[in-house]
Design a protein around this ligand. Structure first.
Ligand code: SF4
Length: 62
C-alpha cells in the first residue's frame, strides 16, 4: 500500500494535519496519529477508516 492508497482508505485521517504517514522497510506504509502523544483520547494507530474525530484538522488550518 502506498501513501496515496492509505490516504484513500483512511477516512478523515487521510486528510488530517495530525496524520503521520511513514513507510516501513517492507515497502508498505502505516498511519500514526500525532495527537496520541499528548492526548489519550486518540489512538496512536487509529482503526481505519475514521469517520468521526474531534481532533480532525485540515492541513494549514491549525
Ligand atoms: S486527529 Fe483524528 S482524524 Fe486526525 S489523524 Fe488523529 S485520529 Fe485521524
Amino acid at each position: 500500500m502506498t501513501e496515496n492508497d492509505i490516504r484513500g482508505v483512511a477516512g478523515l485521517c487521510g486528510t488530517c494535519a495530525h496524520a503521520l504517514i511513514r513507510p516501513t522497510n517492507k515497502g508498505t506504509v502505516y498511519l500514526r496519529c500525532a495527537l496520541a502523544a499528548t492526548d489519550e483520547r486518540f489512538a496512536r494507530y487509529p482503526r481505519l477508516p475514521v469517520h468521526e474525530c474531534p481532533g480532525f484538522t485540515r492541513p494549514g488550518s491549525a
